[in-house]
Design a binder for this molecule. Structure first.
Ligand SMILES: [Zn+2]
Length: 345
């Protein structure tokens, strides 16, 4: 394997920052709603605004900051000129990405931001030095510029922005633990809504869509971070990363330890299995994936799935909602059953 060109110090720094952000996310996710209010993670709209909002349609509240390649959050606010666009390409990408994410959940499900109370969507760009990640840290979005060898800027793909913001949505809803099967569901639901947000903006049906996560961010024409259509094929023979290890079916489930090196029980790897179940179900239904399959998965996430949910439970509740929304014996119910069966769950 080749080096990605960074010093040992830079790599360690990145690991340290990622570790700290992950513990922040866990800390915020474990707070009660009252405690979240105190730390202003949740929006607390004043009475007057609540009344005003009832009368008119809500709008997304998006804030962009730049860390200027330092690690202090959120950094310096930057303002989008009225009627114009940001000069900074990352600022514009983050702004537009957030706007599309907010519109997706509001127009399809009448959900006003992550907490359904108009939470302000904060975004910090140019985080750290060549930081190779994007993340929801429990309170806000963070985007690194990438190392320039394996990754370019993490604002380059709408599916990555959609993935990270869905982690925020999950924090306010099912709140899956970030380990083992619930952790893999956390990753899978984030991938699923990430690709759906992109497909809706591009107006792509199940056959037209590429079902890839991060195909622009990961440098090299043949490479992406993950594939929902064919888990385990997003990158093959990558000079730094080798081969995509994701299993598509349960017989390939990776039994791993709860540790950093083992990806907390393989949350980014085993997510290939529920990802594949969704893809097969959506493909069977045909048309636009967000209209039917997306609706079913959203209902299961909102109403039934919890902190310690397993793949089996995700299967049970998505079948249940397919039946509830589209009827017993419907094509949609059959598609969901077929999806999970194909993933061998
Ligand atoms: Zn993730």
């Amino acid at each position: 394997m080749q080096d990605d060109g960074r010093s040992e110090e830079e790599k360690l720094e990145e690991r340290l920052r990622t570790h700290r952000l992950k513990s922040d996310r866990e800390f915020f996710a474990a707070l009660s709603p009252q405690q979240q209010h105190l730390l202003s993670v949740k929006a607390d709209p004043p009475e007057e605004e609540r009344r005003r909002r009832k009368k008119r349609e809500p709008e997304p509240k998006i804030k962009i900051y730049t860390c200027n390649h330092k690690y202090a959050l959120p950094g310096t606010p930057i303002v989008r000129p009225k009627g114009g666009r940001f000069q900074d390409r990352d600022a514009e990408n983050a702004y537009k990405g957030m706007y599309h994410c907010w519109k997706f959940f509001y127009e399809l499900f009448k959900r006003d931001s992550l907490d359904n109370h108009g939470l302000v969507l904060k975004n910090s760009i140019h985080y750290g030095k060549r930081y190779g990640n994007a993340m929801w840290d429990g309170k806000q979005m963070i985007y690194g510029d990438g190392d320039g060898v394996t990754f370019k800027t993490f604002t380059a793909d709408l599916d990555i922005i959609g993935h990270e913001i869905t982690h925020g949505l999950i924090q306010f809803t099912a709140n899956f633990a970030y380990e083992f099967q619930p952790g893999a569901l956390n990753e899978a639901f984030s991938d699923i809504f990430g690709v759906l947000i992109k497909q809706r903006v591009l107006n792509e049906n199940v056959k037209e869509a590429d079902w890839l996560i991060g195909s622009s961010t990961m440098l090299g024409r043949k490479y992406a971070l993950r594939s929902l259509k064919a888990p385990g094929t997003a990158y093959i023979g990558h000079p730094v990363w080798g081969d995509d290890p994701q299993p598509a079916t349960m017989d390939g489930y990776m039994k791993l330890k709860f540790s950093d090196e083992d990806d907390w029980g393989g949350v980014h790897w085993n997510s290939g299995i529920p990802n594949y179940a969704f893809y097969v179900a959506a493909y069977d239904m045909g048309g636009y994936a967000w209209k039917k399959a997306g609706r079913i998965w959203y209902a299961a996430l909102m109403e039934d799935l919890r902190y310690d949910s397993t793949f089996e439970e995700a299967k049970k509740f998505t079948i249940l909602h397919a039946r509830k929304i589209f009827g017993k014996g419907s094509l949609e119910e059959k598609a969901v059953i077929h999806g999970w069966r194909t993933a061998k769950i």
